[in-house]
Ligand binder design. Structure first.
Ligand code: AQP
Length: 338
C-alpha cells in the first residue's frame, strides 16, 4: 500500500450509512462499483455511522452498533477485498469530526440550504437536528481527509460531492493549496434504481422500512425477492424498449442491464412484445443469481466476529495513518495550535 503522504495510485473514498435495509440500489449504485475499482485505485471504504445519527429517532444505539457490523460484512460479501482496500468505521477515526468543524467554518450556510436531500428530509419532519443540515460538510470532510481523487456514488449523491468540491476549493483559496478537489464517479447504468412500488422515486432505505414491495434488500429471501418483482409497477402495454418504456419497465430493464452487462439491443430483442410477467421473472432470476453467493458469504463473515474485527482494526489503523497527517496539514494551514 502507498504511504500516507504520497499516493502511488489515485485514491477513492466512499461509504454507506448503517441504517435500514441495504438495498439493490445501494449495491448497483455503490458497492458493485467499488468492487470494480480496487485494482486501479487505492480504495478506502467506510461505514459512515456518524452520518447515521443525523435523524437520531430512526436508529436506536444497539441497532446502530449491530447494523455497523452488518454493513461492514456486506462490503466484504460484495467482493471488497481487505487485502486491496481499507475498510473501516468512520467514528473510529476521530479526525473526520474534527475536520468537519474546520470545513463547516468555511462553508456558507446558503450552500447547505440548497441541498435537495436536506429539503426533502426536513420537509418530512416537524423539527430536525442541525446535523441533518451540516451532513454534507461531514461528507466533504470524509472525502478530503484522505485526499480522495474520486468518489463513487449513486446519482442521488452527486449534489453532495459537488458541494465537497466547492468546499475544498474554497478552503484552498482561503488558506493555500492543501486539499485535493475530488471528482464524482457515477456508473452509466444503475446509478439510480427506482422503487418497485413507485418507479418515479428512487429506491430508498427509509421508504423500504415503511412500504412493502418498495425495495429489494440485499439479504431478502428468494421468495420475498420474487414476490417484490412480481408486484413491481409496470403499465398495461407490452413495450420493453429503453427509449419508449414507462418508468417501471425502464427500471426493470435497467436493473437487468446493470447486472448482466448485456447490450440494450439484445435485451430489447428478448423482452419487447412479451408479457411483463416474463421480464419480471427474468430480472428476479439475475438478481437472485447475483445475491445468493453474496448472502452465503455474508452469513459466513457474520459467524466469524474475530475475522471481521481484525479487518476493521487494520482498516481503522491504516485510515488514521492517512487522516492524521492530512489533519496536521489542515491545522497548520488555518493557524490552529501553537
Ligand atoms: N436508488 C439508488 N440507486 C443507486 N444508488 C443508490 N444509492 C442510494 N440509493 C440508490 C447509493 O448508495 C450509497 C449509500 O447510500 P447512503 O447509505 O449513504 O444513503 P442514501 O443515499 O441516503 O441511501 P438511501 O438508501 O436512499 O437511504 P435513505 O432512505 O435513508 O436516504 C450512495 O452512494 C448512494 O448514492
Amino acid at each position: 500500500m502507498a504511504s500516507a503522504t504520497s499516493k502511488e495510485k489515485p485514491r477513492i473514498l466512499s461509504g454507506v450509512q448503517p441504517t435500514g435495509r441495504i438495498h439493490l440500489g445501494n449495491y448497483l449504485g455503490a458497492l458493485s462499483v467499488w468492487r470494480e475499482q480496487q485494482d486501479g485505485y487505492e480504495c478506502l471504504f467506510c461505514v459512515v455511522d456518524l452520518h447515521a445519527l443525523t435523524i437520531p429517532e430512526v436508529v436506536r444505539p444497539d441497532e446502530l452498533r449491530r447494523k455497523t457490523r452488518e454493513v461492514c460484512a456486506l462490503y466484504l460479501a460484495s467482493g471488497i477485498d481487505p487485502e486491496r482496500s481499507t475498510i473501516f468505521v468512520q467514528s473510529e477515526v476521530h479526525e473526520h469530526a474534527e475536520l468537519a468543524w474546520v470545513l463547516g467554518c468555511v462553508t456558507p450556510l446558503g450552500w447547505l440550504h440548497r441541498m435537495t436531500q436536506f429539503k426533502t428530509k426536513s420537509d418530512q419532519r416537524e423539527s430536525v437536528g442541525t446535523g441533518l443540515l451540516t451532513y454534507p460538510v461531514l461528507q466533504a470532510a470524509d472525502i478530503v481527509l484522505y485526499q480522495a481523487d474520486q468518489v463513487p456514488v449513486g446519482q442521488d449523491q452527486k449534489q453532495h460531492i459537488e458541494l465537497a468540491r466547492d468546499v475544498a476549493q474554497r478552503f484552498n483559496q482561503l488558506f493555500g493549496e492543501t486539499l485535493t478537489v475530488p471528482d464524482v464517479m457515477i456508473r452509466e447504468v444503475g446509478a439510480r434504481v427506482m422503487g418497485l412500488d413507485d418507479p418515479t422515486a428512487k429506491m430508498s432505505k427509509s421508504v423500504g422500512e415503511k412500504v412493502k414491495g418498495h425495495a429489494i434488500g440485499l439479504l431478502d429471501s428468494p421468495k420475498a425477492i420474487r414476490k417484490a418483482f412480481g408486484r413491481a409497477v409496470t403499465d398495461s402495454g407490452n413495450v420493453a424498449r429503453f427509449e419508449d418504456a414507462s418508468p417501471g419497465v425502464l427500471n426493470l430493464l435497467t436493473i437487468y442491464r446493470a447486472i448482466t452487462g448485456k447490450p440494450r439491443e439484445e435485451i430489447e430483442a428478448t423482452f419487447d412484445g412479451q408479457g411483463y410477467g416474463h421480464l419480471k421473472m427474468a430480472v428476479a432470476d439475475v438478481v437472485l443469481a447475483e445475491l445468493e453467493p453474496l448472502q452465503q458469504r455474508w452469513k459466513e463473515i457474520m459467524d466469524d466476529p474475530t475475522y471481521l474485527d481484525g479487518v476493521l482494526d487494520r482498516g481503522a489503523e491504516r485510515a488514521r495513518e492517512i487522516a492524521s497527517k492530512v489533519l496536521v496539514d489542515v491545522k497548520r494551514a488555518v493557524g490552529l495550535g501553537r
